[in-house]
Design a protein around this ligand. Structure first.
Ligand SMILES: Nc1nc2c(c(=O)[nH]1)N[C@H]1C(S)=C(S)[C@@H](COP(=O)(O)O)O[C@H]1N2
Ligand SMILES: [Mo]
Length: 207
């Protein structure tokens, strides 16, 4: 179809708003600001003592200091995020280290277990299938919109798993603990869904 065809022009004209709406999961609405949702106070962690660890059954698989972590290959991604409290935000830009890169840096060919629990400063936890972090689907983000991640949004580093409800994107993450069986994290033990797919509206236990 040629570029000056009225059919093509009309199609493109309608397409943009439609495609934005198509990116909003059921029961969600778009916001332009970036709300802060935290179950407790924002912890203050010194970059001198910050470490990120991979752990399995009580044993340490790998650990990076802030300096070591930032020397790992970095990736940038632009994704839509969906909070269970019904706000969604399109085209958010994040940089950091993908879970794939982290595994490789730890000398692991694949995750050593089926599930993972993210542990954070302040005590927050959330559980995920490892599969949901693979293939570029999950990362440890240190930058938002080209700037170091603000403390309220999880700085210095947070998990980012945008295809699941945003409570799975653990702020101030410090440790990923591999688990053979799925265990409930903080919100999951308080009535939220174990998986949390926004496209299937898996908000609460039983959804
Ligand atoms: N450590 C920690 N991570 C957390 C939370 C929290 O309370 N503590 N809240 C979760 C919830 S419910 C949401 S919606 C997002 C909010 O991230 P934001 O404050 O950057 O918007 O962080 C998630 N990660
Ligand atoms: Mo949330």
């Amino acid at each position: 179809m040629s570029d000056d065809s009225p059919v093509s022009r009309g199609f493109r004209g309608r397409r943009k708003p439609e495609s934005r709406a198509a990116r909003v999961p059921p029961g969600q609405h778009l916001v332009d600001d970036f709300p802060v949702l935290s179950a407790g106070p924002t912890p203050a962690t010194s970059l001198e003592t910050w470490t990120l660890a991979l752990q399995e059954r009580g044993s340490l698989l790998a650990k990076w200091t802030w300096k070591e972590f930032n020397a790992l290959p970095q990736t940038t991604t632009i994704v839509d995020i969906h909070c269970v409290t019904t706000w969604s935000k399109l085209d958010t830009e994040w940089s950091g280290v993908s879970f794939d890169t982290l595994l490789a840096a730890a000398g692991l060919m694949e995750p050593p277990a089926t599930f993972v629990m993210a542990h954070c400063d302040g005590g927050y936890t959330t559980n995920l299938p490892c599969e949901d972090l693979l293939g570029g689907k999950g990362m440890i983000a240190t930058h938002y919109d080209g700037e170091p991640l603000a403390p309220d949004h999880g700085g210095p580093a947070r998990l980012l798993v945008p295809h699941l409800y945003f409570w799975k994107s653990a702020k101030w993450v410090r440790r990923l603990r591999f688990m053979d069986e799925d265990e409930a994290g903080f919100w999951e033990a308080n009535g939220y869904h174990m998986y949390g797919d926004p496209w299937r509206e898996q908000r609460y236990t039983g959804d």
